[in-house]
Design a protein. Structure first.
Length: 64
């Protein structure tokens, strides 16, 4: 239960700090206890094709 308590404590601290949107993902590649924050402006999803400009279904431009 200690790991669950740590996650709850982290989320509580973020909420008390004024963070209004939290997306939680786990990874085997990140060190235990490490936290990564990503900031964005607007309503797009962080890391989405629209936010990164890497649309998978966009037509190729002849201008480039």
């Amino acid at each position: 239960m200690n790991e669950v308590d740590d996650v709850i404590r982290m989320l509580d601290n973020m909420a008390q700090g004024g963070v209004s949107r939290i997306k939680v993902e786990t990874s085997e590649e990140v060190a235990d206890g490490a936290v990564r924050k990503a900031y964005h402006h607007g309503r797009c999803d962080v890391g989405s094709p629209f936010a990164t400009g890497k649309l998978f279904d966009a037509e190729e431009s002849d201008c480039g």
